[in-house]
Write a protein that binds this ligand. Structure first.
Ligand code: SAM
Length: 213
């Protein structure tokens, strides 16, 4: 059974109660972010809104650390709607903002954390270093056709369920964030599949558009 956490029922533990080893891991990760991980994930790339991306990476990391209780080594994450470089509504509407920053960062720091990440998106991911699957998540069996059973410890869906691209895929409208109806369609297609590819007691963490859960 997959456990579902979302922004409604999930609250992060404060950092001050952490043991020293957890604090060290946390510091290591946040130093990587501050020390220009963005440069290393996208060399020679001048990013106009670096501040925004860094703060979003920080928030995602806090959540992941907390959910996995700082036990990262050997864990496998699936990042659904991970972001992409082109080929979706977001990339034309918000250039650079929804590139796969989190998957890139996790992959680029995997020698330090022991975490493995797979990204999934319907947009173009060619040229990325992390393992990825380009697929429409509304397609039947899209995940179980590709991933092994009981494989993932944690599945993330950051801003997937309210994505403008999702609305476009469901209704053809390319000017709205996903409505509840579109989010429900996505949920119906992927939840039963997640039950198969996520380990027993694994976690599905959905942030943004999560009112359908
Ligand atoms: C708002 S972006 C969020 C990107 C990233 N998760 C983040 O937090 O920055 C939503 C992503 O979900 C992807 N997406 C939306 N509907 C999808 C679908 N049906 N199948 C696969 N990817 C989808 C979009 O292409 C887009 O990259």
């Amino acid at each position: 059974m997959v456990r579902i956490v979302n922004s409604i029922n999930y609250f992060m533990n404060p950092f001050d109660n952490l043991s020293d080893s957890k604090k060290n891991l946390r510091n290591l990760i946040f130093e990587e972010i501050d020390n220009g991980c963005l440069k290393s994930v996208s060399e020679n790339y001048v990013f106009p809104e670096k501040g925004f991306i860094v703060s979003s990476l920080n928030k995602k990391w806090k959540l992941v650390l907390d959910i996995l209780d700082y036990e990262l080594n050997g864990k496998i994450i699936l990042d659904l709607g991970c972001g992409c470089n082109s080929g979706n509504v977001e990339s034309s509407r918000y250039p650079n903002e929804y590139e796969p920053w989190f998957s890139r960062f996790v992959h680029n720091t995997c020698d330090k954390t022991g975490l493995k990440i797979y990204g999934v998106d319907v947009g173009d991911l060619s040229g990325e270093n992390f393992p990825f699957l380009r697929v429409n998540l509304l397609k039947e069996n899209c995940l179980i056709d590709y991933f092994s059973k009981n494989y993932f410890d944690l599945v993330l869906a950051f801003k997937l369920f309210n994505s403008p691209e999702l609305e476009f895929r469901v209704t053809g409208n390319n000017y709205l964030n996903a409505t509840r109806n579109s989010a429900e369609k996505l949920k119906e297609n992927i939840l039963p599949q997640l039950e198969q590819i996520v380990k027993h007691n694994g976690i599905f963490c959905c942030i943004g558009g999560d009112l359908c859960f």
